[in-house]
Design a protein around this ligand. Structure first.
Ligand code: CP
Ligand code: NVA
Length: 326
């Protein structure tokens, strides 16, 4: 049989994320995620240098749209883009024609004539899809929707790796509401081989479709997904405990009711005692102290929540760089 000789350059896989939307981690392979995390670490370790690689995004324009409030996402994207040499325009939907009924599709079409990339924080996930259709070929980044919060999970993966040295074979337990953060954690963990358990009250589980899709990813990366209804049972032996607000933006009317239902899902000292001694505690912030997390835990030695917040800057830099740079 004739031996097939493969030219060396064909065996090299060139990975580029240029021009892609970042609406969910679902469309990103573990290798894509690895590329973003590595670039983020590079930016973090270069932070003391005046600039990284000059100003690689000099002259590029990022438009940030907010239908909901934000501290971390707004500030970290704004600073990330400026440190890379680009510009930002920050739009709150109440101040632009979107708030008066201009469609999000038309808004995307118009913004694509001025900007190189758009980040949007919205209520309906479908709005991001419409925005991306309108702005094509200008990419759109999801800065949080009711369904997903993928930028947060990039920062979380980076933080986990900093503390635990690798992502595989860890047990992460998310305690609380099966919300946008829980949905994106399911996707991110299952892609990267982290065992993930969601401990939530009955009827507050993450999205069914996302659970099932994540189970497929988990099979590939050889990890496990569990949904449980007892925080105490779930956290036994865990390496990472993660929580988020019981009342997400847009759910304010349910506040009183939710605070009752979620009370047994508070991350406090008793819960921590059931985990591994070197457990780390995570929260995407903003935290509601005394509700989903107690002061002693968030301010305690196991908490890494402010590292997570800091790492938003580096993952966002990496994302902007990789989506825009040739
Ligand atoms: N975690 C997070 O996205 O925070 P902000 O709502 O302040 O952006
Ligand atoms: N689940 C929260 C996340 C805030 C960053 C919310 O959607 O309000």
């Amino acid at each position: 049989m004739k031996k097939l000789s493969i030219p060396i350059n064909l065996t090299v896989i060139i990975m580029s994320l240029k021009g892609r939307n970042f609406l969910s981690l679902q469309e990103y392979t573990p290798e894509d995620i690895r590329l973003i995390l590595n670039k983020a670490c590079e930016f973090k370790s270069n932070k003391k240098k005046e600039s990284n690689d000059g100003f690689p995004l000099a002259g590029k324009k990022l438009c940030l749209i907010f239908q909901k409030p934000s501290t971390r996402t707004l500030v970290s994207f704004d600073i990330a883009m400026k440190e890379l040499g680009g510009y930002t325009v920050i739009l709150h939907s109440r101040d632009i024609q979107l708030g008066r009924g201009e469609t999000i599709y038309d808004t995307g079409k118009v913004l694509s004539r001025y900007c190189d990339i758009i980040m949007a924080r919205v209520y309906l996930h479908d709005d991001l899809i419409q925005l991306a259709k309108g702005s094509f070929p200008i990419p759109v980044i999801n800065g949080l929707s009711d369904l997903l919060h993928p930028c947060q999970i990039l920062a979380d993966l980076m933080t986990i790796e900093e503390y635990k040295k690798e992502l595989k074979n860890l047990n992460l337990v998310y305690v609380g509401d099966g919300n946008n953060v829980a949905n994106s954690l399911l996707i991110g963990c299952s892609k990267m081989g982290i065992n993930i358990t969601i401990a939530c009250p009955k009827n507050y589980e993450p999205n069914d479709i996302i659970i099932n899709t994540s189970k497929q990813f988990a099979k590939k990366s050889n990890c496990e997904i569990k949904i449980m209804h007892s925080a105490q049972e779930a956290v036994k032996g865990s390496d990472i405990i993660y929580t988020d607000t019981w009342v997400s933006m847009g759910q304010e009317k349910e506040k009183q009711f939710r605070e009752k239902i979620f009370r047994p899902f508070q991350v406090n000292t008793q819960i921590l005692k059931l985990a591994q001694p070197d457990v780390i505690v995570m929260h995407c912030l903003p935290a509601h102290r005394g509700y989903e997390i107690t002061d002693d835990v968030i301010d305690g030695p196991r908490s890494v929540v402010f590292d997570q917040a800091e790492n938003r800057l580096y993952v966002q830099k990496a994302l902007l760089y990789l989506l825009l740079k040739d």
